[in-house]
Design a protein. Structure first.
Lengths: 235, 270
């Protein structure tokens, strides 16, 4: 049976043995299995459920949070040596020597589950610490800045931008050799790609003709017939 | 027009009793989808099958450039077909959500969805959840889907801290079909070329086989054989999850270029 060792700072207070099939509650109130008398601890702070061969720690929306190895958690499959911090108290989870160790909740681990979105956002803002506002990485938008054949900037807001002679294109490029749709710029998880579609004139990136697709890097120069644009990230 | 060769299979794996994955392929509409369900009892299967079926029922009504009925979430910046696919995914999300709300047995069920849909001259890849869509182009393999897992999102936000996240976050999704009334879809519309290959899978595929191995198998074998090889490989390595894989090869890509240019290019090719 694995055990939990309750400590205050570096002083050991007591040991609790965990049993398969039995859940335990942790908190300030007397009714808990593990009582921690400290104002930083919520009445019902967290619980540990025995599921299959594993032990799942769940924070019960406590006021000050539950941390495992310094990281704020909503739920966590306990593994050998994990240190759970609640206020200034810690609980160290260990298996006895030679005891079969669950790989941190083998039962649930392969299973896909969906995280409660609210809980997740909450966890994110707490884990990232200092500034809760900065957690959402701003997705930067690509921009084509005209150097020749046009003015100003073209913001790549659409998933797929078409360039060519036809009026249906997003950027209309005139010229005998330009295809109806000559090229496209599309957004993928890795970044923006320029692709050749059709027509006699192939687009060029930094003077190299593009036969198929190429990932655009910031400050790349794109040429297609009479137009010349620079690719830049904005924001 | 693209000429596509396709194949797809799903396998229960070595350790699970049920198969919660679902897939569908249609070469005529050039529509391909994989869904990986979750939820107790039979609910995971119900969810993934409902997603695949609803999405296909929606898509099959349309031909070519037919306009989509105007939906509240119609996105001006997307092509007709991309809007159509998006509308289908939203519909499928709603149907799973409603099924789970109305039946106690299905409460809390959900599914991923990863789909590839071709237009005359582009391909659209869209996903919710963590089922991967890979594009193999010019000797390299790239993920076209966006994995909606806690681990992947944390890695992108904060690479240093994400190392401390436990393994349980690997399979913890931040979004899924049928869990909420609405869902946010990641989508890209891109150009693809003759010789390109696509692989759509459930996470059971990538659990045991890394993307370079997938690349090697798919590049070497025809779609049907490649699917079987990948499933066998996953099962040999323990097959702890259901495995589903669809392999697509672009055999030919022909676009209309207009008379004058067709004429010109004929001359130049001589």
């Amino acid at each position: 049976m694995p055990k939990l060792t309750l400590k205050f700072k570096d002083t050991k207070i007591s040991d609790f043995l965990l049993e398969e099939g039995r859940s335990i509650n942790i908190g300030r109130r007397e009714s808990n299995d593990i009582v921690i008398e400290n104002l930083a601890v919520s009445g019902m702070h967290a619980k540990i459920d025995s599921i299959d061969k594993g032990y799942l720690l769940t924070d019960l929306k406590s006021k000050n949070g539950t941390f495992v190895n310094g990281q704020l958690v909503a739920t966590h499959w306990l593994g050998h040596g994990d240190t759970v911090s609640i206020g200034k108290h810690t609980l160290v989870f260990t298996y006895a020597e030679g005891e079969e160790r669950s790989a941190g909740g083998a039962g649930g681990m392969d299973k896909t589950m969906v995280m409660d979105t609210e809980k997740y956002r909450d966890m994110l803002s707490k884990s990232s610490g200092n500034t809760a506002g900065t957690i959402r990485k701003k997705e930067s938008t690509g921009v084509l800045s005209f150097l020749a054949g046009g003015d100003g900037e073209f913001e790549l807001k659409k998933k797929l931008i078409k360039l060519g002679k036809d009026a249906s294109n997003d950027i209309i490029v005139k010229g005998l050799m330009i295809g109806k749709t000559a090229a496209t710029v599309s957004k993928r998880p890795k970044g923006y790609y320029l692709s050749y579609v059709g027509g006699m004139a192939k687009p060029k990136v930094n003077d190299v003709a593009v036969k198929e697709s190429v990932l655009l890097k910031e400050f790349d120069i794109i040429e297609l017939g009479p137009i010349k644009v620079q690719f830049i990230y904005k924001g | 027009m693209y000429h596509i060769e396709s194949a797809g299979i799903t396998d229960v794996g070595m350790r699970r009793k049920n198969n919660e994955d679902a897939l569908f392929l249609d070469d005529q509409k050039q529509f391909y989808v994989v869904a990986d369900g979750m939820g107790g009892h039979q609910a995971g299967e119900v969810a993934s099958n409902l997603v695949v079926k609803t999405l296909w029922d929606y898509i099959k009504r349309f031909n070519g450039d037919d306009a989509v009925e105007e939906l509240d979430d119609h996105d001006e910046s997307l092509s007709t077909q991309a809007n159509r696919l998006l509308a289908g995914i939203h519909l499928a999300n709603k149907s799973v959500y409603q099924a789970s709300q109305s039946n106690e047995m299905y409460r809390g069920m959900g599914s991923t969805v990863s789909t590839v849909y071709f237009t005359n001259n582009t391909l659209i890849a869209a996903n919710v959840g963590d089922s991967p869509i890979y594009l193999i182009h010019d000797g390299s393999i790239e993920l076209l889907s966006v994995p909606h897992t806690v681990l992947a999102e944390q890695r992108a936000l904060d690479p240093e801290n994400s190392k401390q996240l436990g393994n349980e976050f690997k399979h913890m999704l931040t979004r899924a079909m049928g869990v909420n009334e609405t869902v946010q879809v990641d989508l890209s519309e891109i150009q693809c070329f003759k010789g390109d290959m696509l692989v759509i899978g459930s996470d059971g595929l990538t659990e045991k086989i890394d993307k370079e191995e997938i690349h090697q198998v798919v590049a070497k074998e025809n779609p049907e054989k490649a699917c079987q090889t990948l499933v066998d490989l996953s099962n040999t390595r323990g097959g702890s999850d259901n495995v589903t894989v669809i392999v697509l090869k672009i055999m030919d890509a022909k676009f209309s270029r207009g008379g004058f240019f067709k004429f010109l290019s004929k001359i130049f090719k001589r």
